[in-house]
Design a binder for this molecule. Structure first.
Ligand code: ARG
Length: 592
């Protein structure tokens, strides 16, 4: 068995049995164990139990103590305050527990798989065809990627869906223009090489602007463009082929950005809006037949008691427009049918901007009424807030345009590279390593800034702060990791090894007890979809490591055994940092 029972779980179990032994009716009661400043752990659950049993809490606590088995994990326990239990863990137990994590050959550091797992379909990283990606798409990609990694780590089956915006009336205009100007999407690189992501986007931008200008100025073109929409919806082959060109060109661009983000997006997982075309008519028919949707002024609508406009009139979810066209909602409802009935999802996640909350509320409610979302399927939007500029307003360029994601990432890498270069000589980095580290630090900084605040909150995009070496940044964590590697290199022949017989210094105990909580943290973070709590855990871990260095010399330890034990503590901390950062999608360079 590779998975390790955490110290807190052991204490919890001991307390629970002692509680049951004292008050048989209390079987199953939670002793409410917490990490505490007063002791290693404090249990506060006895107060409520005493109240229920009409007993004196301090007396009850004393009774529980008398039933508690000490000498193993628990070194000492005492009653404090109105009836709290202060628990001290044995040094030996801490070291042995950590040694078991360290020995886990699966690379999971003793973290067990979740007891219950299912299939989660997660909708994230969904940019729009023929459009520039912006910071909103950054958030969806970064948060989604972290959630995927976390869920997979706990044993969940995860299906990724990139619901790209690849359908709609705007394509009529673009396709018509391309048909009339057939060479406009040809590769500008005359050497015949594939276009770069940047080229692809500038081609698309140019085409978009030109077709828009024509559409606005030329009535006849406008008519032809509208007719083209009909052809597209009817699946006319030439029209579809042209549409495909736009999608392919856009994918070149998307993949280049995802690559910059150091993120793997797989082609089969890109199932855009167009992927549900064949289901739309049936989705509408089912909704209409069941009475979930009704015709209103020609459109097929779903109404909600609690969704009203400013004038007090109900605002419906429009599934089919009066001209017969299907919109965003019809696609999302069809996607739900696909994800539940075909992909067999037990959970549906949507990592989408909070401004789309009403859309998802209505879509989920509609799917529930239609019976597509049963009580056994959890559907939820992981809504994220807006990225703000330093001025606290939505992030825009000085000219008021949305900021291009690529420019932003390039700048982050540039700044990070400067930070890395400063120390490069001291650390002995080659130019290649400087470039690679600059990328890992810059992209890591952007991801960490996004992941370290709760998703639903807005956050300020401040590169100076993001690449700062001090404070709650990814660079700080990356340095903590690299510092351990440097010490391990300097240790020469000395090898990390656990010595459970050694007494631990306070900083070692604090570090050890925090390491013990990694598994619990990962499970909590994965089940609540809250990567920011993992970021907070890792930041605390790095801080414990800093205190440990300050108070416990490693290479100058008093005895060889102590040195080995400290190397072991440092190495386990580094591995935990690495595993945790990997779950957030952030790299940990070996030398920094
Ligand atoms: N493409 C959309 C946008 O850029 C996001 C799609 C979200 N996913 C969904 N199933 N509706 O805003």
């Amino acid at each position: 068995m590779a998975s390790v029972t955490s110290l807190s779980d052991s204490v919890q179990q001991h307390l629970a049995s002692a509680l049951t032994a004292s008050v048989p009716e209390a079987a199953g009661a939670d002793p409410l164990l917490r990490r505490s400043d007063r002791a290693d752990y404090q249990a506060n659950g006895i107060l409520a139990l005493a109240k229920k049993a009409k007993a004196n809490p301090r007396e009850l606590a004393t009774q529980v103590v008398s039933h508690l088995v000490t000498g193993g994990v628990i070194a000492d326990v005492e009653v404090s305050g109105p009836g709290f239990l202060n628990v001290t863990i044995a040094d030996r137990a801490i070291t042995e527990n950590l040694a078991a994590r360290y020995a886990d050959a699966t690379g999971r550091l003793g973290v067990p798989f979740a007891e219950l797992s299912g299939t989660t379909v997660i909708d994230y990283a969904q940019p729009n065809v023929a459009k520039e990606m912006h910071v909103g798409h950054l958030r969806s990609a970064v948060i989604g990627d972290a959630v995927v990694r976390l869920l997979e780590f706990t044993g969940e089956t995860v299906v990724r869906r990139h619901h790209i915006g690849d359908w709609g009336t705007q394509f009529g205009m673009l396709i018509q223009y391309l048909i009339e100007h057939p060479h406009e999407l040809d590769r500008s690189g005359d050497d015949g090489t594939a276009a770069s992501g940047e080229q692809a986007m500038s081609n698309l931008n140019r085409l978009y602007k030109a077709s828009r200008a024509l559409f606005d100025s030329d009535e006849e073109f406008k008519t032809r463009a509208r007719r083209r929409v009909v052809d597209l919806q009817a699946g006319e082959p030439e029209t579809l082929a042209m549409w495909q060109k736009f999608v392919d060109e856009s994918k070149v661009y998307f993949y280049s950005v995802f690559d910059k983000l150091d993120m793997e997006i797989r082609d089969p997982d890109v199932v855009g809006e167009s992927g549900y075309n064949a289901m739309l008519a049936e989705t509408c028919r089912l909704l209409e037949e069941s009475g979930v949707a009704v015709r209103s002024e020609g459109a097929l609508c779903v109404f909600f008691d609690d969704v009203k406009g400013p004038d007090g009139n109900p605002v419906p979810l429009i599934v089919q427009k009066s001209d017969g066209g299907f919109g965003y909602a019809a696609t999302d409802l069809s996607a739900i049918r696909d994800r539940v009935f075909h992909l067999k999802a037990s959970t549906l996640l949507y990592v989408v901007d909070a401004r789309q909350a009403l859309h998802f509320k209505m879509v989920f409610e509609t799917a529930r009424r239609a019976g597509w979302l049963g009580a056994d399927v959890d559907a939820r939007q992981l809504a994220f807030g807006t990225v703000l500029g330093k001025d606290g307003k939505p992030f825009k360029t000085r000219e008021g345009e949305t900021v291009k994601l690529e420019d932003l990432l390039d700048e982050a890498v540039e700044r990070a590279t400067a930070v890395v270069r400063e120390k490069a000589e001291k650390v002995g980095l080659t130019d290649e390593e400087i470039t690679e580290n600059g990328r890992y630090v810059g992209i890591g900084a952007v991801k960490y800034a996004d992941l370290s605040t709760s998703a639903v909150r807005d956050y300020k995009f401040d590169l100076d702060q993001m690449v700062s070496l001090n404070g709650d940044t990814s660079v700080y964590l990356q340095y903590a990791y690299a510092r351990v590697q440097s010490i391990l290199r300097k240790a020469g022949a000395a090898v990390p090894a656990a010595h459970p017989e050694l007494e631990l210094a306070p900083a070692e105990r604090a570090l050890g007890l925090h390491l013990d909580q990694f598994a619990e943290t990962v499970h909590e973070v994965a089940s609540g979809y809250e990567p920011h709590k993992l970021a907070a855990y890792l930041y605390q871990l790095a801080s414990h490591l800093t205190t440990f260095y300050d108070q416990c010399p490693v290479l100058k330890a008093e005895t060889p055994a102590q040195m080995e034990n400290r190397l072991f503590l440092a190495d386990l901390t580094a591995r935990t940092l690495h595993t945790g950062m990997t779950l957030l999608g952030i790299r940990t360079p070996e030398k920094l």
